[in-house]
Design a binder for this molecule. Structure first.
Ligand code: ADP
Length: 186
């Protein structure tokens, strides 16, 4: 099973992706987590992207596309995966389609989490992860970038039949139940 979990910053993508990963025994691939790990490790990639993440802007498309392509080649991804934070632009979605086509694979579900704007800001501030991009002004930048660059990805998948809009409010378990009922049965 290959799943994309999609939504604005603070919508709970990471939390739900972890639950999906555990439930189905598939890998969780979070581009944000991978980039933050690269920054912590001060790798070449980390050094390049550090100031971009800090500013709440997007890393160049090719950089994340390469990262995802390299990662899903590992055998542990053969069983499926849940993508969290990718694709984040229409260009990334197009490049990912091309990658899947080459691998003769397809996505089973695109899950879009709906959460009102003010709740997003409140959630990020109260989760207190201490991320350098979690201050109120940076969150506002990230929401703006989301609306301009990332929201159009929804239209891209909307026509493809695997699009599912999920109410992202309420308890973590309630949201997860909605996700399970929205997934194709197989
Ligand atoms: P959030 O959804 O809360 O913004 P993420 O962990 O998904 O958190 O992303 C954090 C940051 O990592 C983004 O603001 C961006 O700088 C970078 N990033 C993550 N995924 C991508 C991507 N697919 N394309 C470009 N930048 C990305």
């Amino acid at each position: 099973m290959r799943i994309i979990i999609f939504g604005p910053p603070g919508s709970g993508k990471g939390t739900q992706a972890k639950k999906i990963s555990r439930h189905f025994g598939i890998k969780h691939l979070s581009t944000g987590d991978m980039l933050r790990k690269a920054i912590d490790e001060k790798s070449e990639l980390g050094i390049i992207v550090s100031s971009i993440l800090d500013a709440g802007q997007l890393v160049p498309d090719q950089t994340v596309v390469d990262l995802v392509e390299e990662t899903i080649q590992y055998e542990e991804f053969n069983n499926g995966y849940v993508l969290d934070g990718f694709p984040r632009t229409v260009e990334q979605a197009v490049a990912f389609d091309d990658l899947l086509e080459r691998r003769k694979e397809s996505v089973d579900a695109f899950l879009s989490l709906r959460v009102p704007d003010q709740e997003l800001i409140d959630r990020i501030i109260s989760r207190g992860e201490g991320r350098s991009d979690d201050t109120e002004d940076k969150i506002k930048v990230r929401l703006k970038v989301y609306k301009k660059e990332t929201a159009p990805v929804m239209d891209y998948y909307m026509t493809a039949g695997m699009f599912r809009s999920i109410d992202g409010t309420g308890s973590i378990d309630d949201i997860f139940d909605r996700i399970l009922s929205a997934l194709p049965k197989k």
